[in-house]
Design a binder for this molecule. Structure first.
Ligand SMILES: Cc1cc2nc3c(=O)[nH]c(=O)nc-3n(C[C@H](O)[C@H](O)[C@H](O)COP(=O)(O)OP(=O)(O)OC[C@H]3O[C@@H](n4cnc5c(N)ncnc54)[C@H](O)[C@@H]3O)c2cc1C
Ligand code: SF4
Ligand code: SF4
Ligand code: SF4
Length: 352
């Protein structure tokens, strides 16, 4: 899968706790400073006379949000203003570079047309080396200035959002995923937690990242996303707690998310490079798309989860699971809105 840091964290949790059923075994994480609320953004853009359907591409660069429209007009909105549309859950997120992924990809730190790539695991390293050998990507060392830019952004995200987490603690809205607990303590904390606890501890307090892990995990199929929120449409089976366990914003054992990472701007990694895919027009270097097409073409994975635009509502993100390279190409480019990325996996599990 390709996903934002919060989605990758949910996948890491499900890899651990529902491992035999959860089929994601390669995680390509994106950098992410913040995400936007689709409805707030839609509302704000009315002021600029822009309809969401007319936007072909979004970019965040040089302190502005740039909107590229179908008629080739470009609208520039100061980032400070656009940040009013930021999702509340993003204010308590301390991960800029997808620290639980195999490989992370972002734009910060590399020249235009290139991606910054953080290789974190042996699996990720082998993938990058193989994709380069087979000419899917080219790589070069990251510049010192690039590294400094990344470090500044990652440190800012950690310190500013840690302050917000502390603020929320004081007004009795504790951020559970930041508690430092062992796996043993985790098992005991989540023991009798069901959807109502998820609602109280995450959804109702503005911590839900809308990843759809709870929808995927529920064996009773009673969780659905309605009005951009997870909601329940039945009764929980006794002793089930799997939605609560899977959520990236409930407790996380410290061997998955260690507080030691707070002191390391990019988390654990093997190396950081710049890379680009020559034949792919992606958001930045097209590396995310190149890696997915490489793994699919070489049967290293069966299918890939991508986030494309919805056919019915253009630009609105929609997750897809596919073995078709054309779908992967079509999904290139960043969609700056939350997306229940694990929803299509559920349909696959059900054989639909
Ligand atoms: C919400 C968001 C915020 C980001 N913020 C930053 C930032 O502050 N700084 C920075 O350096 N980089 C940021 N990125 C990453 C950056 O925009 C590029 O996605 C990254 O550099 C990869 O570029 P690429 O050309 O290799 O990707 P491409 O080859 O264009 O592929 C992009 C991949 O991203 C996936 N994708 C698109 N939108 C979403 C989404 N909403 N959720 C999950 N997956 C999605 C698609 O499935 C596609 O496979 C952000 C990405 C997102 C989704
Ligand atoms: S919570 Fe927000 S800022 Fe954090 S990774 Fe998810 S979308 Fe990005
Ligand atoms: S049945 Fe289990 S997974 Fe489904 S909502 Fe209830 S507690 Fe959550
Ligand atoms: S409540 Fe559900 S959709 Fe929201 S973050 Fe948790 S698992 Fe994801």
């Amino acid at each position: 899968m390709v996903g934002t840091p919060c989605q990758i964290l949910a996948a890491a949790k499900m890899n651990r706790f529902i491992n035999e059923e959860f089929p994601v075994d390669l995680k390509i994480g994106l950098f992410c400073m913040e995400n936007f609320s689709y409805s707030y953004m839609k509302e704000m853009l009315k002021e600029y006379g822009v309809d969401m359907g007319d936007i072909t591409q979004y970019r965040i660069e040089k302190g502005h949000l740039w909107l590229y429209l179908k008629d080739e007009e470009v609208i520039k909105i100061p980032l400070e203003k656009a940040k009013k549309c930021m999702r509340k859950n993003c204010q308590i997120c301390m991960d800029f570079t997808s620290e639980q992924s195999d490989v992370s990809v972002g734009s910060a730190g590399s020249p235009e047309g290139w991606s910054t790539v953080i290789i974190r695991t042996e699996k990720g390293l082998k993938l990058i080396e193989a994709a380069e050998n087979d000419n899917y990507i080219e790589t070069k060392p990251i510049s010192e200035d690039g590294l400094k830019i990344m470090e500044k952004l990652a440190k800012e995200k950690k310190s500013e959002n840690k302050a917000e987490i502390n603020k929320r603690k004081k007004v009795a809205r504790p951020v559970l995923y930041r508690r430092d607990i062992s796996e043993e303590e985790f098992i005991s904390e989540v023991f009798d937690c069901q959807f109502n606890d998820l609602k109280g501890d995450v959804i109702d307090i503005g911590a839900c990242v809308l990843c759809g892990a709870c929808v995927y995990a529920c064996p009773e199929e009673i969780v659905e996303i309605r009005d951009r929120k997870p909601q329940i449409k039945g009764n929980c089976s006794p002793e089930c707690n799997i939605c609560y366990v899977s959520c990236p914003r409930t407790y996380i054992p410290n061997d998955i998310l260690s507080k030691k990472l707070d002191a390391e701007p990019f988390g654990k990694y093997i190396k950081i490079i710049s890379a680009k895919a020559n034949k792919i027009e992606g958001q930045d270097g097209g590396v995310a798309t190149a890696l997915l097409t490489y793994t699919l073409s070489n049967n290293m994975v069966d299918e890939a989860i991508v986030v494309d635009k919805s056919d019915l509502e253009p630009w609105k993100p929609e997750a897809k699971i596919t073995d078709n390279i054309v779908d992967v190409f079509n999904a290139s480019g960043t969609k700056y809105a939350a997306c229940p990325i694990f929803k299509p996996l559920k349909q696959t599990r059900e054989g639909n």
